[in-house]
Design a binder for this molecule. Structure first.
Ligand SMILES: *[C@@H]1O[C@H](CO)[C@@H](O)[C@H](O)[C@H]1NC(C)=O
Length: 384
């Protein structure tokens, strides 16, 4: 049995390696290089400067809406004024439910609104003329919702985060996945949940507004999550299954010490990214490698582990299978590089991937609760 099933799980190693040898990047044209966009931005900025030289104080976003009518209407570079009659009523407005207060709170200013408005105008024109969609300043023209840049991805992060908060704060559910007082997995499981929650929080910030800072935090904490997940898996699978660690005792310290090398890897990663080269692609590959390792360990456990948890291991395997499937589509088929323009200005590859992870997160918790119960029961039995 073991001999037959092991090669299957080792196939997953390939899954972690394939993203490293991906094909070349497709050439993308940028809409911000188009004459229309450049003129539009220039006129928009000029009107803004004129407004300031008239002695008006810069009042970040509210003033753009009053004087430049940005973020609402279509900017027409020929007339240099927004014209209600010319706007195409059948296409969606540049932003949904934006209010100056929200835009200001999210640090949009008139200049970035000039960009946004002109990019959206050009994107709509291209769509009306049935031209192929193009990127603007290296990004697809997402339509803002409540001032949030990539709303669907943001929403998916929020939902994932809420699941973690729900399990962490529920007095009924928390003991079911962290186990009773004195159980070796108690602290690691809490750390795991908090680290996942933290990672989704930073992703959410990134999707609200992508800039160097939010991108860095998102990458770092996503990598941290993959490191901690791997540690928790080593810790969990390494135990005897009866509440003991790999050394056959219940000393929490020994198992917690296993965290040290993982923290060292993270420190080295931070050093690489900050002092050596800030490379988001490398970060993603490293993260995938650790996620691959985590998957291999669980699959190994499920197929040729100690035969524990026979009844519920399908949950864990189903989670890993679907997570791999969507990651395979996302990464291996190259969606993350040759990504497609967002449908309705909202749904792109990342948001679809993230929305699929929402039900998987709850299924994974359900699996963890079953496994904790199995270990705790075995622990009780052994005591008697
Ligand atoms: C506007 O877009 C251009 C690229 O077309 C970019 O270089 C510039 O930094 C953007 N400005 C703002 C304020 O976002």
């Amino acid at each position: 049995m073991a001999l037959i099933s092991f090669p299957k799980s080792s196939l997953l190693i390939l899954l972690a390696l394939v993203p490293s040898c991906q094909g070349s990047k497709r050439q993308v044209r940028f809409g911000d290089k188009a004459t229309f966009t450049q003129m539009c931005v220039r006129n928009c900025l000029k009107d803004y400067e004129d407004y300031l030289t008239e002695g008006n104080k810069p009042d970040p976003v509210g003033q753009c809406n009053i004087n430049l009518d940005l973020g609402r209407g279509e900017w027409d570079p020929k007339a240099a004024v927004y014209s209600e009659a010319e706007s195409d009523k059948t296409t969606p407005p540049p932003g949904y439910f934006d209010s100056p207060a929200v835009l200001e709170a999210l640090q949009w200013d008139c200049k970035s609104l000039c960009n946004y408005s002109c990019f959206q105008s050009h994107a709509r024109r291209s769509a009306n003329e049935k031209k192929i969609p193009i990127k603007y300043a290296e990004k697809w023209p997402f339509v803002r919702v409540f001032g949030v840049e990539e709303f669907m991805s943001f929403l998916a992060c929020l939902l994932n985060g809420l699941i973690h908060i729900y399990y962490l704060t529920s007095n009924k559910l928390r003991p079911l996945f962290v186990g009773p007082e004195g159980y070796r997995m108690k602290t690691p499981m809490i750390i795991y949940s908090v680290v996942c929650l933290n990672s989704y929080l930073w992703s959410a910030f990134y999707f609200i507004s992508s800039n160097k800072r939010t991108e860095t935090m998102d990458l770092f904490f996503a990598f941290f999550k993959s490191i901690i997940t791997t540690w928790v898996t080593v810790y969990r699978i390494g135990g005897s299954g009866a509440g003991e660690n790999a050394f056959g005792n219940t000393c929490a310290f020994i198992s917690l010490a296993a965290l040290a090398p993982f923290l060292f890897i993270f420190a080295f990663y931070v050093y690489l990214m900050t002092s050596f080269t800030f490379n988001p692609m490398m970060s993603m590959r490293l993260q995938l490698a650790f996620m691959g390792l985590h998957v291999i360990m669980w699959v190994y456990w499920s197929l040729i582990g100690r035969g524990r948890g026979k009844g519920y291991r399908w949950k864990g395997l189903a989670c890993l299978f679907f997570l791999n499937l969507i990651t395979f589509i996302e990464v291996v088929l190259g969606w993350d590089i040759d990504d497609f323009p967002p449908y309705f200005g909202l749904f792109d590859n990342k948001s679809i991937w993230l929305l699929f992870t929402v039900p998987l997160t709850s299924l994974w918790y359900s699996f963890l609760m079953n496994d904790t119960k199995w270990e705790v029961d075995a622990m009780e039995k052994k005591k008697k």
